[in-house]
Design a protein around this ligand. Structure first.
Ligand code: TRP
Length: 459
């Protein structure tokens, strides 16, 4: 006798899926790559990619999940069998589980940093942020990364919190926490945008984000790749959440709202970040304003504390980022947990404990490869590409495994599944869909060609 599967309650899917989509990708990565690509047209390309590639694949993933009410591996295998195709299609699901493992193991480490910086800013806000603190920010961060004890503790703490939520189940864990955190995040961010809009730097920010200018080939690829990452596509996360979507809920509506929220929050994060950056004179932005992942921790605090209300904004910002990270780590863990529950008949508690512990262990080399352990930090996991476990995991998962998983899903739903049945699944709880053929076209041709282009360019 199979255990009863969970289902989301009213609007539970939208909160959980938006929580998964909105994360470090929106608040840290999107502003940074937008800056590196000189804003403007890059943002436009990104928005196009979200609309023409992200949204169709999002609907495809939710469709597979809800049609089967199974986790990705089982879902894809059973659909392949229904169409008389080889069960090897299940590899797409397996790849997703592997991606989730890898992404979570380094994502949890970075998430831990945001909690640490929340506490640090709270301390600065209370006791004062001195000019010495300001000039030491780079060293402070480097020492912190090299402090193995803190790295392991924070990574472990974040994994434990994530496991606590996932263990609570679909409605009592995931749905409840995302319904609490997502509106909080949205309102806090909205308030920060409100504050930023009164600063003299705001017009420059708007102009930077929305001017029309040249965009490079590399910029286009980066925009498409990021559309995938930020929408949590390509590893079955949306498939898994889709499998908890009640049969009478509209898939297109849910998918559209999630994409819209994720895009809005990414844009809002840009508005805030660039208003902060542009309000500091260029000469004072400092060499540490490099195109690197450390900007969030080395440059931003100094900028915050040079602003009116910085003492309030700084800790607010970091707690907000850790909320966003938590609702994403939950989805990353749930994909693997759902596999063991559905396919191996494990209890949710056992699956969460085993998978969560395994991911913690896999994450240890990531946590220690940023200076804490000399060997791990300099070791070339991928010859000539990235040194350190951390960089290697990120590179492999984000640049290869997610796009391959995404293109696999697009081809599976576009070419293998019976399109009449897909239409019925999408229309259930929604009504007739006039754009069905457009969706199918984007899935069959546009997605594979665009993603294939990315992969080829990497080779
Ligand atoms: N989308 C999240 C972000 O922007 C990260 C994330 C969560 C993710 N779950 C995922 C990325 C699944 C890819 C696949 O930070």
């Amino acid at each position: 006798m199979k255990q009863k599967r969970g289902l989301f309650g009213r609007a539970g899917f939208v909160f959980a899926a938006a929580g998964s989509a909105v994360g470090l990708g929106n608040i840290w990565k999107f502003p940074y790559i937008t800056f590196a690509n000189n804003g403007g047209s890059f943002v436009l390309v990104y928005l196009l990619a979200v609309l023409c590639i992200g949204l169709p694949v999002m609907l495809a993933e939710i469709l597979v999940g809800r049609r089967t009410h199974q986790s990705p591996v089982g879902a894809i295998i059973s659909l392949a069998q229904a169409e008389n195709r080889h069960p090897a299609w299940g590899m797409v699901g397996w790849l997703g589980i592997a991606s989730g493992f890898m992404i979570l193991s380094f994502y949890s480490v970075v998430s831990g940093w945001t909690v640490y910086y929340f506490a640090k800013c709270l301390k600065w806000s209370l006791s004062g942020f001195t000019s010495q603190d300001a000039s030491n920010l780079g060293d402070t961060f480097t020492f912190f990364l090299a402090d193995g004890k803190w790295q392991l503790l924070l990574h472990g703490g974040f994994m434990l919190t994530t496991m606590g939520v996932v263990m609570g189940g679909i409605q009592k864990g995931i749905e409840r926490i995302t319904k609490l955190l997502m509106p909080t995040l949205f309102i806090m961010l909205l308030m920060m945008v409100g504050v930023a809009s009164t600063w003299p730097s705001f017009p420059e920010t708007l102009n930077f984000l929305f001017h029309i200018g040249p965009v490079t080939g590399h910029g286009i690829l980066e925009a498409v790749g990021h559309a995938f990452f930020t929408l949590s596509l390509g590893m079955g996360a949306m498939m898994t959440y889709g499998s908890y979507l009640p049969n009478n809920d509209s898939i297109p509506k849910a998918g559209f709202v999630v994409v819209l929220l994720d895009t809005m929050i990414g844009m809002m994060a840009c508005l805030v970040m660039f208003s902060i950056i542009f309000s500091v004179p260029e000469a004072e932005r400092g060499g540490s304003f490099s195109q690197s992942m450390t900007i969030l921790f080395t440059t931003l605090p100094r900028m915050f504390y040079s602003l009116p209300m910085g003492a309030i904004l700084a800790p607010t910002f970091y707690i907000l980022v850790s909320f966003a990270a938590l609702t994403s780590t939950i989805s990353l863990l749930e994909v693997s947990v759902a596999y063991f529950i559905d396919q191996r008949d494990w209890s949710r508690t056992k699956a969460t404990l085993v998978v969560g512990t395994a991911i913690y262990i896999v994450g240890i080399p990531c946590a220690l490869s940023l200076g804490a352990h000399p060997g791990l930090s300099s070791m070339e996991f991928l010859p000539g590409i990235e040194s350190g476990a951390f960089g290697a995991f990120d590179y492999l998962a984000s640049n290869w495994m997610l796009p391959i998983g995404g293109v696999g899903t697009a081809i599976f739903v576009g070419w293998i599944l019976n399109s009449q049945t897909s239409r019925e699944v999408l229309e259930r709880g929604h009504g007739p869909i006039p754009w069905f053929n457009l969706w199918l076209f984007l899935l069959k041709y546009v997605c594979p060609i665009a993603i294939g282009g990315i992969l080829l360019s990497l080779i």
